[in-house]
Design a protein around this ligand. Structure first.
Ligand code: UD1
Ligand code: CA
Length: 448
């Protein structure tokens, strides 16, 4: 494919009212610019080139290593594209121009638009959409069905404002013709900017063929200029994601109140309740139940797991585990098959072998706990001495009595028992009972 893209991302994004550059604001979890780059990569273009200016360092931190040119001063979309003329001076293929703020575009649309561009041999093909409320967009002005030019909102007469076909800000150009026309545009307009859209009028005047690839609605062409539009774009992406998951067999109680990022995978017959947030590289197996106010980030959850009102970060959970309500798995918690973690339990960087139970009010950090061991309510691994972290190792089939403090580093063997309320500072061998608390004293008739 002799096609390169130029992605506009140098603008200030004033209407966004933000300290951050507009294009790194996230839509359903992904920075808008990253979303656009991924779409472009997936349609198989030769090279994607960004046009950066305002806060370019911040954008580069997000997008990593990608070719770009700099527009030092933001003098308009036409001026922005001119910055690439040197880079593309020996290139005679096609250029697709996109804006960094239209994250809802579909790959299929861009592919079909490009196909039409090739088939018609047009100089310029514009992606347009028919819009209920065209306010803010450039309008496609036609005469006898043929494009005459694009007029921006600020320049539009009352008659032009009524036109409902809008410019989506995506174009295919023959590269040579694009830069030739750009050298002829000026900034004699309301904003004093060099408008890329003026290229169209010049094409038409020079008798070149300009075509539109038109969508029936303005959903995928939504330009995000404000926080309201940012929320609208996220909503559309979530809807697409949830629909794709339902098509693949996931059950949603209330899809409109379920927040699943693009990268998340969920297996068949898993039930997702309202208020669930699934983020990052999270994979959930089949037949799970994820209930109310649960947030799961970058975690692997296997099959038939039940999670209620809990937070799980960068952890691994195996088959048939039950979690919550109100548990917190912090990074590197690994819960093996049939583990139960209950109310108000926090686990960090710890492995719980098969069948371990920690039902209530517990902190387990830097610990390894053997199969079928029971952790009593209120148990705490004291893993931190103020300077360093230490490990707690507990064997299998042991029983840690309620309210025990396990002062790490410490090791407890298999089949052992720790009496309730103990402070354990020395290792406990297998098959032993360890109790460390003051003996109970009874003074008879004390109240008298
Ligand atoms: C632009 C189009 C408008 C179209 C709309 C679609 C022009 C003049 N207008 O308007 O016809 O309907 O997109 O969403 O092109 N940018 C730069 N350098 C600049 C100015 C802007 O790189 O000097 C970048 C911005 O970062 C942004 C993109 O170009 O990613 C579009 O700029 P924006 O100001 O949002 O244009 P609109 O007013 O939305
Ligand atoms: Ca815009």
């Amino acid at each position: 494919m002799k096609l390169k893209t130029l992605i506009l991302a140098a603008g200030k994004g004033t209407r966004m009212k933000s300290e951050l550059p507009k294009v790194i604001h996230r839509v359903n979890g992904i920075p808008m610019i990253e979303k656009i780059i991924t779409i472009c990569k997936n349609i198989g273009v030769e090279e994607n080139i960004l046009i950066l200016g305002h806060k370019k360092e911040t954008i580069l931190e997000v997008v990593g290593d990608i070719p770009y040119v700099v527009q030092e001063e933001q003098l308009g979309t036409g001026h922005a594209i001119m910055q690439a003329s040197e880079l593309l001076k020996d290139y005679n293929g096609d250029v697709m121009v996109l804006c960094g703020d239209t994250p809802l575009l579909k790959e299929s649309t861009l592919k079909e638009m490009y196909k039409q561009h090739k088939d018609s041999n047009a100089t310029t093909t514009i992606l347009t959409a028919i819009c209920e409320n065209p306010f803010g967009y450039g309008r496609i002005v036609k005469s006898e069905g043929k494009v005459v030019g694009i007029v921006e909102e600020k320049e539009a007469s009352e008659a032009v404002k009524k036109i409902r076909e809008i410019n989506a800000g995506v174009y295919c150009f023959k590269s040579k013709d694009l830069f030739d026309a750009l050298s002829k545009i000026d900034n004699n307009n309301e904003k004093g900017e060099y408008y890329l859209t003026d290229v169209i009028g010049i094409n038409v005047k020079e008798g070149k063929l300009v075509e539109c690839y038109t969508l029936e609605e303005n959903i995928e062409t939504l330009g995000v200029n404000s926080k309201v539009e940012l929320a609208m774009a996220s909503e559309t992406l979530r809807e697409r994601k949830n629909t794709a998951l339902m098509d693949a067999g996931v059950i949603f109680i209330d899809p409109r109140n379920t927040y699943i990022e693009e990268s998340v995978e969920v297996g068949q017959d898993t039930i997702i309740y309202p208020g669930v947030i699934l983020q990052g590289n999270t994979k959930i197996g089949s037949n799970c139940e994820i209930i109310g106010n649960t947030r799961i980030v970058d975690s692997i959850i296997s099959n038939s797991v039940k999670i209620e009102s809990s937070v799980i970060e960068s952890s691994v959970v195996e088959d048939r585990v039950t979690i919550g309500p109100f548990a917190h798995l912090r990074p590197k918690a690994h819960l093996k098959e049939d583990v139960h973690v209950g109310n108000f339990v926090e686990i960090k960087k710890s492995t719980l072998e098969k069948g371990v139970k920690a039902g209530h009010l517990t902190y387990l950090g830097d610990a390894t706990i053997g199969e079928k061991t029971n952790i009593g309510a209120g148990t705490i691994t004291c893993n931190y001495d103020g300077k360093n972290k230490f490990k707690t190792i507990i064997g299998k089939n042991s029983f840690i009595g309620s309210d025990s403090m396990l002062v790490a580093p410490v090791e407890i063997g298999d089949n052992s028992l720790v009496g309730a309320g103990s402070v354990i500072t020395k290792d406990v061998p297998s098959n032993a009972l360890a109790v460390s608390r003051s003996k109970q004293v009874i003074k008879f008739d004390w109240r008298k």
